[in-house]
Write a protein that binds this ligand. Structure first.
Ligand code: NAD
Length: 479
């Protein structure tokens, strides 16, 4: 995995300067209004689309993922940037809301204003798509952004800021990338003292999220935390097993399993469990590691993958494909495990490798119970031929998003919010919530006429005010 020439290691003073410069660039961006920002952001989108090969080449060389995956990541990014640019005005622009009977004399207006400067701290597994879930939406909401990419993928962050400056030269300093290791991220989050950020959007592991949250707490800086996952696929007795097996293998092995909402657990009802395992194995067996997916990007992840597989087998699980020797080098061959106890790390912890546990359950009720028992709660999927049953199961799953008869279906729908609970973090990116995450509601009333009884004036006779209050009370007491 290679990055362009050594990127600088930015410290707290660089971070403060970047935030200050971003804030000053942000003033004219906020003043540009929704229409102007939409035009500028769509211009940037066109530029990124035209430079897809450059972005994809850099993503591939820094993460090790195949070029075709990197190109798909660029496309997903474009889809979200397009949606954020086109929908910001509708979602955040000023609109009239009902003022209610008590305030019928008031016109009530609601709008959402930019927060100011948003600090975005990103991971390496989808170094463009993931941080852009915050960056694109924050910019569309009228903010400036200081972006700290993962130290494994600094080049993508640098190219992103450069491409914005070239496509939107009038607002060149609005998106700034700072580079460096954990200490640079810590400085941006405020661990070394206030930096003046108005919000932090963090994507990474839950352990780091806790440190970022602690730093943000000191300055009461709001935080959006997108962390890991241990997503489950639930397979009903009537499911199309070929479709389920195909999706499970792609969801578990794609990007070498390094996807926050990738498939790590499968719960299949007992009557189809064996057949599903056979179909998963026959598909996973023919994948060529290194071609179908790349190596583990983070060298230390190999130890985690080895430990999970080894412990699962010691705990009584069975390898139906691969085994303890599969994770030999960072280009790991697929591993399919079954019968793994629910308290084994391969079931409870994020593995982040091409490993999937396919366990049998009595029925879908048990599948839901087990899927929900995880400390993580990000995404999930259900396979069944009955749409009604699929929706019913989806409604009982605690995860932030569910796909019926596909995996990760929600990730490519920009109008759907994405995020989780528990160890998966809090807050939402994408969709309307993803725009509002980077905006502050602004409420305005405009008095239209003098009310018959003005409850906000000392000039109103007490008896008239008391009668009006009593009338209102009675109305509410009736319903
Ligand atoms: P990580 O937590 O190691 O690092 C994430 C970022 O935080 C990096 O830029 C890093 O330099 C920075 N950082 C490290 N220590 C810091 C500190 N003390 N203060 C501030 N910043 C600090 O995570 P990673 O290994 O880069 O990414 C993998 C994780 O990200 C996985 O758990 C994966 O599931 C998760 N992820 C989640 C989503 C999602 O949307 N929910 C998307 C992609 C990845």
């Amino acid at each position: 995995m290679t990055s362009p020439a050594d990127p600088p290691v930015h410290g707290v003073e660089d971070v403060r300067t970047a935030v200050e410069q971003a804030r000053s660039a942000g003033r004219s961006w906020a003043a540009l209004g929704h229409r102007g920002r939409r035009t500028a952001l769509l211009g940037w989108k066109h530029a990124v689309a035209r430079r897809t090969d450059e972005f994809a080449g850099l993503i591939a060389s820094e993460t090790g993922k195949p070029l075709h995956d990197a190109r798909a990541e660029v496309l997903l990014t474009l889809v979200h940037l397009d949606w954020a640019a086109r929908n910001a005005r509708r979602v955040l622009g000023r609109r009239r809301v009902s003022s209610g009977l008590l305030s019928v004399h008031q016109r009530a207006l609601l709008s959402y204003r930019p927060l100011g400067v948003v600090g975005v701290i990103g991971p390496w597994n989808y170094p463009l798509y993931t941080p852009m879930g915050s960056i694109g939406y924050a910019l569309a909401a009228g903010n400036a952004v200081v972006f700290k990419p993962s130290e494994l993928t600094p080049g993508v962050g640098i190219l992103l800021a450069r491409s914005f400056g070239e496509a939107v030269p009038d607002h060149a300093g609005l998106l700034r990338t700072i580079t460096g290791p954990a200490s640079t991220g810590a400085a941006l989050a405020g661990a070394d003292g206030p930096t003046g950020l108005d919000k932090v959007a963090f994507t990474g592991s839950p352990g780091t999220a806790r440190r970022v949250a602690a730093a943000c707490a000191a300055t009461l800086t709001p935080l959006l935390a997108e962390c890991g996952g241990k997503d489950a696929v639930l397979v009903a007795a009537d499911a199309d097993l070929d479709a389920a097996a195909d999706a499970i293998v792609w969801g578990a092995m794609g990007n070498a399993g390094q996807t926050c909402a990738g498939v790590e657990r499968v719960y299949a009802v007992a009557s189809v469990h064996e057949e599903l395992c056979a179909r998963v194995v026959s598909r996973a067996r023919v994948l060529a590691p290194g071609e179908a997916y790349g190596p583990l990007t983070l060298p230390s992840q190999l130890d985690v993958v080895r430990r999970h597989v080894k412990q699962a087998l010691q705990d009584g699980g069975r390898a139906v494909l691969g085994g303890p020797d599969a994770p030999r080098t960072r280009t790991v061959a697929p591993v399919v495990l079954t019968g793994v106890p629910e308290d084994s790390p391969a079931v409870t912890e994020e593995t982040f490798g091409p490993v999937v546990v396919v366990n049998a359950v009595r029925d879908m009720a048990e599948a839901v119970e087990r899927a929900n028992a995880s400390a993580y709660s990000l995404g999930a999927a259900v396979f069944t031929r009955s749409r009604a049953a699929g929706l019913a199961v989806a409604g009982r799953l605690d995860s932030g998003a569910v796909s019926v008869n596909s995996v990760l279906g929600f990730a490519a729908v920009p109008s759907l919010p994405f995020g989780g609970a528990g160890e998966s973090g809090y807050g939402r990116i994408h969709g309307e919530e993803g725009l509002r995450a980077f905006a502050a509601p602004h409420s305005v009333t405009v008095r239209r006429f003098a009310p018959a009884v003005d409850l906000t004036s000392f000039a109103t006779p007490r008896t008239a005010a008391a009668r009006a209050v009593e009338l209102g009370r009675r109305l509410h007491a009736r319903f």
